[in-house]
Design a binder for this molecule. Structure first.
Ligand SMILES: [Zn+2]
Length: 252
């Protein structure tokens, strides 16, 4: 029996399907890679030390990888929050992306008193959630579960709006980290280095009208062309803001 559970464990850890509740792996990895590029040298060393052999790209998808393990189910509400159309976010205690990011950043500021593995876990959470907060449908409407219940076709293939924004537009367009970095001169340092998480949320939500701007649920090139610049900008901002946050937290 012990042997069997060992085999099962090995098999499940070899095949871990990524669920579609966050930027897909491609988006998160681009964000992590942009952030890493903009870390101060000493901060890069600290991050590498705490990640202990895990690359920042791998660290960025840990929260999605563990979704298949039910002992981590308590983390599911941390990836998002919902605010209905026309309503304002009301700050309250409880598990949501804003509260978790606030807490994890604070825990990391106190990193000296914590264990290596505690800091590693918190880094994996922080790196992932900064990305999620920039995906407009992670701060979307509860009515349609952040676009998860909006069925569409994308280039004739059935999907839902959330999945489309997580990964399918990124995969179809083939955008790269370099495409996102090209947009950098368009934005001010001040805009990029905004640290207020509520502003990040409002900026993501400001794209919701564009996300839902279609009359026919058959989406293809026109929708992709209109919206891929938003995806590129949000990936760029996530990466640069993550770098700024890590530089602030780990500065000596
Ligand atoms: Zn997520």
């Amino acid at each position: 029996m012990k042997k069997l559970s060992c085999i099962l464990l090995t098999v499940t850890s070899l095949y871990i399907p990524l669920k579609s509740n966050a930027w897909g792996a491609e988006g998160h990895k681009m964000i992590a890679s942009i952030a890493y590029q903009f870390l101060d040298k000493s901060v890069k060393d600290s991050v590498d030390k705490y990640l202990a052999g895990t690359s920042i790209e791998e660290a960025s998808v840990w929260m999605d990888v563990i979704r298949s393990d039910h002992s981590f189910d308590y983390m599911k509400p941390m990836h998002y929050l919902n605010v209905e159309k026309g309503e304002q976010y009301k700050q309250a205690t409880g598990d949501n992306i804003i509260n978790e990011l606030t807490d994890v950043a604070q825990r990391l500021r106190d990193n000296k008193s914590r264990t290596q593995w505690g800091v590693k876990g918190d880094l994996e959470i922080l790196i992932h959630l900064v990305g999620d907060l920039h995906q407009p449908l992670h701060v979307g409407y509860g009515k349609d579960k952040g676009g998860n219940t909006v069925q569409v076709t994308f280039f004739e293939k059935g999907t839902n709006l959330h999945k489309l924004w997580d990964s399918e537009m990124i995969q179809k367009s083939g955008i790269t980290k370099e495409d996102c970095l090209k947009l950098m001169p368009k934005y001010s340092k001040q805009e990029i280095e905004e640290t207020d998480l509520l502003k990040w949320m409002e900026q993501s939500r400001a794209y919701l009208p564009a996300v839902y701007n279609f009359s026919d649920n058959r989406l293809s090139q026109e929708y992709l062309d209109k919206n891929i610049p938003i995806v590129e900008k949000q990936i760029l901002f996530s990466g640069l803001r993550l770098a700024h946050l890590l530089n602030t937290i780990f500065k000596k």
